[in-house]
Design a protein around this ligand. Sequence first.
Ligand code: OAD
Length: 250
Amino acid sequence: MATPSPFAFDGDLIAALRRARFIAALTGAGISAESGLATFRDAQTGLWARFDPRELATPSAFARNPKLVWDWYAWRREHVAAAHPNAGHLALAELEQRGVPEFALITQNVDGLHQRAGSRSPIELHGNITRVKCSREGTVVERWNAPPDAVPRCANCGALLRPDVVWFEEMLPEPALAAADAAARRCNVLLVVGTSAEVYPAAALPALARRSGAIIVEINPNATPLSAAADYVLRGAAGVVLPALVAALD
Ligand code: OAD
């Protein structure tokens, strides 16, 4: 016998999801919280509560102290490698695989957990921490020698290597931004999951989708600046709400 869902989802929401020709999802750090990865803005455990982004996540920080920045990302890379996708990541992969005519997963996360859960080609707005690139040429580097006391260098041009993530003061990758923009304009439903909706340009996508006629569904245990403008607000953890929502479509 199927386990009854702890959620009584609004019938209109379920109907909208069932008839949608294009479902998009925008995810943030909150979807990986249940995988044990810290979010950014949580007042106690958030990375930006414990570390200063100006010292770790800007081009000028890297110019000033590349070793500090390299080591901090190496530490985060180890956490990501040890983490596993959770029920929220898996539910989004399942939703895509159900055969919605069009599906787009837009993520601000750099942890690669959506891919590991089976999502086909998430649009990564902020890069991916598991990749390393040349700080001059931008070429992604598969292997590097990491001397214990220095930042590794590009074998081709000798410039320092850096994580392939977007830092504050940097532009987002144009193809990813264009793909996210197009999905927001064309989707019928946008699920906004685990993001504080404070960091632009990602935070502008829900409003763009809404202006273009999409239904906005926020999934987050806490209120955000988006909550008042969302059509549906599902208060709860992504790893609980998303599997129940996908199951409710059967
Ligand atoms: P934030 O840390 O700003 O927000 C995380 C959100 O997840 C909050 O709204 C929480 O309430 C929510 N949350 C926490 N646990 C959750 C759970 N189990 N299920 C669902 N939601 C949960 O993270 P982002 O919005 O992703 O950028 O931050 C956006 C960007 O700011 C990041 O990509 C990063 C950061 O600076 C860069 O590093 C470029």
